[in-house]
Design a protein around this ligand. Structure first.
Ligand code: HSE
Length: 291
């Protein structure tokens, strides 16, 4: 194997996890993308970040894209002497839209693109496995890697995934303040009622049907009893928006660990509280790709 000089540009989608009842399992790739351009150079590490997170993310080997690239180079036993990375970030950070998964999946794809012949030793499934290991759970990375609607799970130590096509209208409402996934996960109880677990299992099954041919079921199928209400204290305005849109019949959930609100509808941007950002989006069917 040898190193391509580059530059190569990678496009990687935002993603929404959980979708209501599918906690830590469901993912949906969204038509909001980060772009990374990487180039092999003779020495050193040069990083430029434009857009979301510029000024906040470290411009050194701690940068998440670089860490993911280094993990992939290690598995490929090949790395360039130096790297130039340029990030055009559109996915907001710490809002429940999969920005860290996009960085990890994008970094791994960039490393694969720089190493000639890497596909023989490092296929999409291996990339997904590495991304899930780096992220700590597989739901967002599955959608960022494969696009569409993904159902992810862990089989022993292996990350597994089933990908389905779906085409639904989406609006995301992004609050101005972040909530860390760590804080949101810390609000979850250690045990839940059997009745709540059973309710979520049924709704999650229904959501697979709703997203793949029965959209009139989306309002019932997006009911959750396992995480959203527990997290409301960290994102009260988001929880209130979910409740008020649902009362109006709009299938609406907290996106991932929040605080972004995702509705399966368009034409509702007026519902955004003052100061929030709104995007009307589609499902990204492709996942990460080299441009
Ligand atoms: N399923 C995860 C959670 C998504 O809700 O905590 C966050 O990455």
């Amino acid at each position: 194997m040898s190193i391509r000089r580059g530059p190569v540009t990678i496009r990687v989608p935002a993603s929404s996890a959980n979708l209501g009842p599918g906690f830590d399992a469901f993912g949906l790739a969204l038509s909001l993308h980060d772009e990374l351009t990487v180039e092999a150079i003779d020495e050193g590490l040069e990083i430029e970040v434009v857009g979301e997170g510029a000024g906040d993310v470290p411009l050194n080997a701690e940068h998440l894209v670089v860490r993911a690239m280094e993990a992939a180079f290690e598995l490929l036993a090949e790395r360039p002497a130096g790297l130039r990375l340029s990030c055009l970030n559109r996915i907001p950070h710490a809002r429940g839209l999969g920005s860290s998964s996009a960085a990890i999946v994008g970094g791994i794809a960039a490393a694969r693109a720089l190493v000639e012949g890497s596909d023989e030793r490092f296929d999409d499934l291996a990339a997904y496995q590495l991304a899930a290991d780096l992220e700590g759970h597989p739901d967002n990375v599955a959608a960022a890697q494969l696009g569409g609607f993904t159902i992810a799970w862990i089989e022993g130590a292996a990350a597994a995934v089933e990908r389905l096509d779906t085409d639904v209208p989406i609006t995301v409402f992004v609050p101005p303040e972040p909530v860390s996934t760590e804080r949101a996960r810390g609000l979850l109880p250690e045990t839940v009622l059997h009745a709540d677990a059973a309710a979520n299992a049924g709704r999650a099954a229904l959501l697979v049907a709703a997203l793949t041919g029965a959209p009139h079921r989306l309002i019932s199928a997006t009911e959750d009893r396992l995480h959203q209400a527990y997290r409301a204290e960290a994102m009260p305005a988001s929880y209130q928006l979910v409740r008020s849109l649902r009362v109006d019949g709009v299938p609406t959930v907290i996106s991932g660990a929040g605080p972004t609100v995702l509705a399966f509808a368009r034409g509702i941007t007026d519902a955004a509280p003052a100061g929030w950002t709104v995007h009307e989006l589609d499902v990204d069917p492709e996942g990460v790709r080299v441009l």
